[in-house]
Design a protein around this ligand. Sequence first.
Ligand SMILES: *Cc1c(COP(=O)(O)O)cnc(C)c1O
Length: 427
Amino acid sequence: MTEASMRFEEGEGFARRMDAEDPLRSFREEFLFPQSPQGEPLVYLAGNSLGLQPRRAQQYVQEEMEDWARLGVEGHFHARRPWLPYHENLTGQTARLVGALPLEVVVMNTLSVNLHLMMVSFYRPTRERFKILIEGGAFPSDQYAVASQARFHGFDPKDAVLKLEPRAGEDTLRTEDILETLERHGSEIALVLLGNVNYLTGQAFDMKALTQAAHARGCRVGFDLAHGAGNLRLSLHDDGPDFAVWCSYKYLNGGPGALGGVFIHERHARAEGLPRFEGWWGNDKAIRFQMGPDFVPLPGAEGWQLSNPPIFQLAALRASMELFDRATMPSLRGKGDRLTGYLEFLLDRLPSGFVRITTPRDVKARGSQLSLRFSKDPRRLLTRLSEAGVCCDFRSPDIIRAAPAPLYNSFQDVYRFVKVLESHARD
Ligand SMILES: *Cc1c(COP(=O)(O)O)cnc(C)c1O
């Protein structure tokens, strides 16, 4: 079904039919759902906070546990999947997920750590060009990261951090306003750092247009894809940002505190002229274990690795990445647009004034998440949802973020969620 032909209907029969016709429906069986007190699987709409556990994750972690027990240090070479090159098991899948060359991606560390490592290389302020452009509504960790980087280089964040704000009375940023800011302040901006999608509003940006505009002004460009990886259809290589970072515990289902991912564009594969922090895992594999004094960086994103990675975390992540690879992002985004469109359709039929959708209506300007603001006793609503076996994310004072994940959510999940909202609205 194409986006233009999306036609929704109100009754539950429609949701059942959509599920029966869904070519991705079998992926739901690959996940473990937390249970409600009544012993039913939760209607889990919080995959944008912490994705569910893939069934295979335990097995994959267990295999590494066994190989550790069986082989000790020899597991580095003789495990079923040797640990020395273990992160390479994820390279192809990660590259396909984000639309990158294998050379451009690596799975390592966690998001905020990687953001700092990227800023070491890509935030190179001078007296004339020292600003960082971010969203006023950027995720707190990103705000702390940019402010501390500015201070680290001797700048006052009040001068160095430039924040984009929506127009008065609007919830999200207009592309034309971002372009205008780049036009006006571009020559002072060293780095443009945007969240895609924004964690709070669910807004997705036109990465290519913004990257080109920022590059034309001589700025470096990075994206925080914490809410983009596994959610949006990404073409990082073609869109051309200098770097991107993401975490793997939200849409990517890598488990709590899962390893993050990094993209560094091919044009920086040899890091010519870029400083970076170095560690032995970024060193040329041929000489890494000679333990010599010289660092010869691996080409591409791998050259930014510092430490040998946690194998159990990589093992758990493999389970989910295999599913993404099988389902493919274009199919997932297609179903995601139908699921989220259906949610929007049902919400629009609730009593007027009860809920306001702050996420853009244009499917190209969002992923799976809808951010909803409720006028009527939002905390009571939250309790009601959890009593009814619905799990979603609440941000004070009145925002619920609902993200049907196309890998494991169903149209019936969406239907049940809105039924609870409806009973609250009519109460
Ligand atoms: C979830 C999230 C983070 C979390 O950072 P960690 O370093 O993984 O704890 C950072 N930035 C954004 C935009 C997020 O959504």
